[in-house]
Design a protein around this ligand. Structure first.
Ligand SMILES: NC(=O)c1ccc[n+]([C@@H]2O[C@H](COP(=O)([O-])OP(=O)(O)OC[C@H]3O[C@@H](n4cnc5c(N)ncnc54)[C@H](O)[C@@H]3O)[C@@H](O)[C@H]2O)c1
Ligand SMILES: O=c1ccn([C@@H]2O[C@H](COP(=O)(O)OP(=O)(O)O[C@H]3O[C@H](CO)[C@H](O)[C@H](O)[C@H]3O)[C@@H](O)[C@H]2O)c(=O)[nH]1
Length: 362
């Protein structure tokens, strides 16, 4: 039985594919590569030494998805495919609702037609809006303050309705806090297109000289040093959390939500200091105005994931930054400078349709 991983070429998806392959799962990646490179797929094969299937298609293309499900005995789906930039979602709300909400609906419709009812969904701590208290537990009030957040909230609600409508569904909504870090090999990591929105990729691009200096958004928050506090979690811990959630959806019915974080918050200035210790690079920074929409403090209560998934994050901040730094230093241009994937993979035919590709190591 196989696991379909939508968005498996992306940052969190690629690390999760590695974890799944290492655990002996059969993996089928569905990704249209709108925000990733086929090179990431090659590297999954390289570090695991295991083959997997890749279909280059948009999850909104139901005919292509049908072909994927018709061609394999699919046991469950992990649905990462989605767009994730808050600022972009304000400018392109229709694209965000279409991709993140309609895409999730299209996927569920195809799953239902093929009798596949186990789903692990990529949600976000953004569904807590401005948290009333920390640590945030899953029972906290939900709200969203931008279109991206609303897409995640709507998708979660649709999935809850689906689970109520038919007891065959088992769905885990995983609410990630702040994913950072990279694979230990230095071969896979986060490869943002354009100027990064998020703190850690911005820091590492300043450190390699691609960006001039870091702007610290706000020095007057009600926190010990005045800067924003977040719960950063290693992408390898997140990946392990997906495997645990997959095991869990095999054993329960309904829809459940789980926080995936460490339960520990760090301020921006603490992040800069820790990065300096790990990399030896003193980052130039300037404290500027607050970024609109940012909250002061956000960290998770992860006790539900510990109790029900048997999962806790194991890696600390320095390990997260060390691994990110290794990836950035070894790949200053991300996946771009490497092999030409279209030749390597022999992508044929209409790339928008489901071209079946066999990704192999070496
Ligand atoms: N990285 C974060 O900070 C964060 C935090 C919380 C939640 N999430 C969610 O986790 C998921 C994965 O995030 P990521 O950081 O790995 O992002 P990413 O952009 O690196 O990966 C997403 C992948 O999905 C693919 N994709 C997007 N839309 C698609 C579509 N319609 N059809 C097929 N493929 C499509 C992209 O090409 C990309 O490979 C997203 O749903 C995101 O919203 C991310
Ligand atoms: O250049 C930067 C970038 C960020 N920050 C600060 O660093 C902290 C972390 O910011 P990120 O942009 O890395 O992460 P966010 O917490 O803002 O948001 C991330 O986590 C959220 C969930 O908590 C959502 O999932 C969202 O999509 C995702 O980008 C914040 O205090 C922010 O103000 C800076 O000071 N300078």
């Amino acid at each position: 039985m196989a696991i379909v991983v939508t968005g498996g070429a992306g940052y969190i998806g690629s690390h999760t594919c590695i974890e799944l392959l290492n655990e002996g799962y059969e993996v089928i990646v569905v990704d249209d590569l709108r925000n990733s490179k086929a090179e990431a797929l090659h590297r999954i094969g390289e570090v695991t030494g295991r083959p997997f299937q890749f279909y280059r298609t948009d999850v909104l293309n139901e005919d292509a998805l049908e072909a994927v499900f018709a061609g394999h005995a699919v046991e469950a789906v992990i649905h990462f495919a989605g767009m994730k930039a808050v600022g972009e979602s304000v400018l392109l709300p229709l694209s965000y609702y279409r991709n993140n909400v309609a895409g999730t609906m299209a996927l569920c419709q195809v799953m239902q037609r093929h009798g596949v009812f186990k789903l692990v969904f990529s949600s976000s701590a953004t569904v807590y809006g401005v948290p009333g208290q920390v640590p945030i537990s899953e029972g906290a009030p939900l709200s969203a303050i931008n279109p991206y957040g609303r897409t995640k909230l709507m998708a979660e609600e649709i999935l809850r309705d689906l689970a109520v409508s038919d007891p065959r569904w088992s769905i885990a909504n995983l609410r990630y806090f702040n994913p950072v870090g990279a694979h230990k090999s230095g071969r896979l990591g986060e490869d943002p297109s354009g100027i990064p929105n998020n703190l850690v990729p911005y820091m590492t691009q300043v450190a390699v000289g691609k960006l001039r200096q870091l702007q610290v958004f706000g020095g007057d928050y009600p926190t010990p040093d005045g800067t924003g506090i977040r719960d950063y979690i290693h992408v390898l811990d997140l990946a392990a959390g997906h495997v645990k959630a997959l095991e869990r959806v095999k054993r329960f019915q309904g829809a459940e939500s789980y926080n995936l974080g460490t339960g520990r918050g760090y301020s921006v200035l603490e992040m800069i200091a820790a990065f300096g210790r790990v990399s030896g690079v003193e980052l130039p920074y300037i404290i500027t105005d607050r970024r609109p929409g940012d909250v002061a403090v956000c960290y998770a209560d992860c006790s539900k994931a510990a109790a029900e998934l048997g999962w806790t994050a194991e890696r600390g901040l320095e390990e997260m930054l060390e691994d990110t730094w290794r990836w950035q230093a070894q790949n200053p241009d991300g996946y771009r400078a490497d092999r030409i994937p279209s030749i390597l993979y022999g992508i044929t035919g209409d790339e928008r349709s489901a071209a079946v590709l066999q990704a192999r190591s070496g």
